[in-house]
Design a protein around this ligand. Structure first.
Ligand SMILES: Cc1ncc(COP(=O)(O)O)c(C=O)c1O
Ligand SMILES: N[C@@H](CCCC[NH3+])C(=O)O
Length: 430
């Protein structure tokens, strides 16, 4: 049977209708749902690897040395990290938990950058112990704390200062990070002072300047603005005697959820690296930390319709996945495409897809024209990033299963969480 990739499955080269049935790589969505139940996240190994390779190829074609660091927060499932580690990628982490996951998946600590505004002393100790490549420091207090922890451990921490370039990335306010009103980064003035102070500190070594301006960014301009400010800062710092080895441009490149047209990794990197060269920084290492653009379009969430319900105002499809499984629509009013696993003939109705959770914000999609019957299987596309990682146990719901598909093979990479697992560590009062 011929595989037809529908034009309305944008950005999903490995999700297609084979005849009437939705398939991920060569596996039908229905067969995954039958084997593992719903809700279940399904990832295409090929899609993840191809997305990573688009970055590797763009980096290889560049005259500037580019260090690839996958942002673990986007999808931290061990099997996903393992694929990237095997491709030679390093990792951007924001917690001791993510560091442990990277190590468990076979990642190389020497290629790990530790970001985040609130690192604890314990997390710093662990990271120093395993020898991470760099701490991206976000405040003077954090720098002082790191110096103390490193001194006690008899180590010197390699440090990049994360600056807040105050640029508008044009994204949802909850996922913008580079505005001066955001909690992230250090102001440029303060960064210069702090950079010079590191020379007086015995247990930190300044090696980089970092910035990350937000997520789901679909144009290059804000990155160029941020880079110019970062390079101004580096010039200023170096004029005063410090030396910067690398510049970390962060992540944030967007994907197509519905009709966005974000640049490819090549289209994103090329102008930034050209700017590095034209400003005389071509011999420095550039670090990048993409997350969503590696895994976002490589995953779908399968969910089954429990009930169809019409009120005088609305048609609802009550499905078995809720905001606890995929919170992006509830939290950011994010739009993700929803497609049926089997195509049906008939008249479409406009449905709100809602979950079983007791919240009116518990919706996965609104006003979608679908031909549906109770029991129908649906796939929420573009769910590979910030899906499972943001899942919670609200309403005592176990988190979904995760499955990796490659060609015709299907591997369960995380079983569905049972309710007994949820309360196994709790204690009743005596
Ligand atoms: C410091 C840092 N690096 C990288 C990322 C990855 O972003 P994205 O998944 O948008 O590529 C984030 C998340 O916004 C981040 O905070
Ligand atoms: N969780 C956000 C992205 C946050 C990026 C991390 N700072 C989303 O789902 O779009």
């Amino acid at each position: 049977m011929k595989t037809i990739t529908l034009p309305n499955l944008p950005g999903h080269p490995h999700v297609a209708y084979n005849g009437p049935t939705l398939q991920i790589e060569q596996v039908t969505a229905s067969s995954v749902a039958e084997a593992f139940g719903t809700p279940t996240y399904v990832y295409s190994r090929t899609a993840i690897e191809e997305a990573a390779q688009r970055y590797s190829q763009a980096a290889a074609a560049s005259p500037v040395h580019v260090a690839l660091r996958y942002a673990v927060k986007a999808n931290s499932t061990l099997a996903v990290l393992q694929l990237l580690a095997r491709l030679g990628w390093g990792f951007d982490i924001v917690s001791g938990g993510e560091l442990k996951r990277v190590l468990a998946a076979g990642g190389d600590a020497a290629k790990v950058v530790f970001s985040g505004v609130g690192k604890t002393a314990e997390e710093m100790r662990l990271a120093l112990d395993v020898g991470v490549e760099c701490f991206n420091v976000e405040s003077p207090s954090e720098l002082a704390a790191l110096d103390r922890v490193a001194q006690a451990a008899g180590k010197v921490a390699r440090v990049a200062l994360r600056v807040n370039p105050d640029v508008d990335a044009g994204t949802h306010p909850y996922i913008s990070t580079g505005l001066k009103t955001n909690k992230f980064g250090i102001s440029q003035d303060q960064a210069t002072r702090l950079a010079l102070q590191t020379a007086q500190m015995g247990h930190v070594k300044l090696v980089g300047i970092a910035s990350h301006i937000g997520s789901q960014i679909t144009t290059v301009e804000p990155y160029l603005d941020a880079l110019d400010k970062v390079l101004d800062l580096v010039e200023d710092i170096e004029r005063r005697g410090a030396k910067i080895e690398h510049i970390d441009l962060g992540g944030g490149l967007g994907i197509r959820y519905t009709d966005e047209t974000p640049p490819t990794p090549q289209q994103w990197l090329q102008p930034l690296l050209a700017r590095m060269v034209s400003r005389g920084f071509g011999h420095r290492t550039v670090m990048i930390e993409p997350g969503r653009s590696i895994v976002g379009n490589a995953g779908v969430l399968l969910t089954r319709t429990l009930f169809l319900k019409s009120t005088p105002a609305k048609h609802f499809a009550v499905v078995d996945a809720g905001m606890n499984d995929l919170i992006r629509p509830a939290l950011y009013a994010a739009e993700q495409m929803v497609v049926p696993a089997e195509r049906r003939e008939g008249n479409a109705l406009k449905y709100d897809l809602v979950g079983p959770v007791c919240e009116s914000a518990d919706w996965l999609a609104r006003d979608r024209a679908l031909v549906l019957e109770e029991g129908d299987l649906l796939a929420v596309l573009s769910s590979g990033a910030y899906g499972m990682v943001m899942a919670s146990n609200y309403n005592s719901r176990g988190r979904p299963a995760e499955v990796m598909v490659e060609g015709a093979s299907t591997t369960l990479i995380r079983p569905r969480e049972t309710v007994e697992q949820l309360y196994a560590s709790e204690r009743l009062l005596p």
